[in-house]
Ligand binder design. Structure first.
Ligand code: NAD
Length: 369
């Protein structure tokens, strides 16, 4: 397969982690007989430096022309970077919001997976960490409370603020379809999270999700109230496979889910539109405090590249190979400083050596077969 990838290295540690992800992608592509062509695109601070704005029409057009986009991270140190002297609409983050909107990315996927080798970092009680977990949060990204009408007025000397939570049937259906499609290539369980005991929007969410479920008889659907889900995520995260939820609930639950893995440098993410197109990036930021020092953990970006192969190109075996290489590399003791615990057998390495180790393990399996 020939794959045309838009590639946004971005700012801070972005160029370092993207370099390692490309190393792993290229090795995997060579092993499975694919060709990846990269188109380097500017966004965020790098685009401000080159063009004076965080996002150009050219970047949007070229991103749309690509089959998918792989991104490092954007942004700088808000206290010291000149980018933050600009008005908010000209700062690096405005570029990210702008490209997500321009590409129609309405589905946000954030997996939370506990690696055997990193169980020590899990803040949950020992039994939950020992069982492990492997779940993915599918969050609606462009509707709900964050996009509804809002206003603040004054009445009888009191300020009264209103935010509106709106969802149409079509918005719910398209995100539910994504969740069921993803469950099909995983353990075939969708937990739809809502507040249907109180909210009309949640009752519609539940009704439409049940309609969509009829098209996926091989996938089990269960409903859970959001307050219960928040508790269950820390009590027994192993029960979840795909967690489907609306924008605000997803915002909160996906942060909770990332915390229970204990390591931000390990968490990939994807944002998808209605086609197979997606923007894939680590969940962490540009870590300006360690930029250019070969200290960054590239694994979240490497795992984002695996998600890209899985969700935009249906290359399951190739994605599995990258994820297995990460597991193997951790089992061999390789750690960047952020995930090192000081335990015996650990080999603390920099960003480049970690990328090399994963790339070697990606190819290694084929030699053994
Ligand atoms: P951050 O995630 O960049 O850093 C938080 C802490 O985690 C830092 O100590 C950092 O060194 C560490 N860290 C993060 N990623 C790491 C990695 N891969 N390896 C090792 N350590 C890692 O969050 P922040 O400091 O709040 O934000 C820094 C900049 O990143 C800001 O400009 C912010 O706007 C931006 N940001 C961008 C994105 C994105 O591009 N999607 C997301 C979040 C923040």
């Amino acid at each position: 397969m020939k794959i045309q990838l838009g590639c946004i290295a971005g700012d801070g540690i972005g160029p370092e982690i993207i370099r390692e992800a490309r190393k792993v992608l290229d090795k995997t592509a060579a092993r499975f007989g694919h060709e990846i062509v990269y188109d380097d695109l500017l966004l965020g601070g790098a685009s401000i430096d080159a063009h004076g704005v965080p996002l150009t029409e050219e970047t949007i057009t070229r991103a749309k022309d690509a089959d998918a986009v792989l991104m490092g991270s954007i942004g700088g140190d808000a206290n010291t970077s000149p980018w933050y002297k600009l008005s908010p609409d000209k700062r690096p983050e405005a570029g990210l919001l702008g490209i997500r909107k321009a590409l129609g990315l309405f589905a946000n996927l954030r997996p939370a997976f506990l690696y055997d080798a990193l169980k020590e970092a899990c803040p949950l009680k020992q039994s939950a960490a020992d069982t492990g977990f492997d779940l993915i949060i599918v969050r609606e990204l462009t509707g709900g409370l964050y996009f509804g009408e809002r206003h603040t007025r004054e009445e009888n000397g009191q300020r009264i603020a209103t935010d509106t939570l709106v969802y149409s049937e079509a918005e719910i259906r398209r995100i539910a379809v994504k969740a069921f499609e993803i469950a099909r290539v995983r353990r075939k369980l969708v937990t739809s999270v809502d507040k249907a005991n109180v909210l009309d929007s949640s009752r519609l969410w539940r009704a439409v999700t049940e309609e969509v479920a009829k098209d996926y008889p091989d996938v089990t659907l269960q409903h859970m109230l959001v307050d219960n889900c928040a508790m269950q995520l820390v009590a027994n995260p192993a029960q979840f496979d795909v967690v489907l939820t609306e924008n605000m609930f997803g915002d909160i639950l996906s942060d909770e889910a990332s915390m229970i893995t204990g390591s931000i440098g390990m968490l990939p993410s994807a944002s998808l539109n209605e086609t197979k197109f997606g923007l894939y990036e680590p969940s962490h930021g540009s870590a300006p405090d360690i930029a250019g020092q070969d200290k960054a953990n590239p694994l979240a970006t490497i795992l984002s590249a695996a998600m890209l192969l899985r969700y935009s190109f249906d290359l399951q075996e190739e994605a599995d190979a990258i994820e297995a290489a990460v597991v193997k590399t951790l089992a061999e003791g390789y750690r960047t400083a952020d995930i090192a615990s000081g335990a015996e057998g650990e080999r603390v390495v920099g960003c480049t050596a970690m990328g090399d180790a994963v790339a070697n393990n990606t190819g290694g399996k084929s030699n053994e077969q």
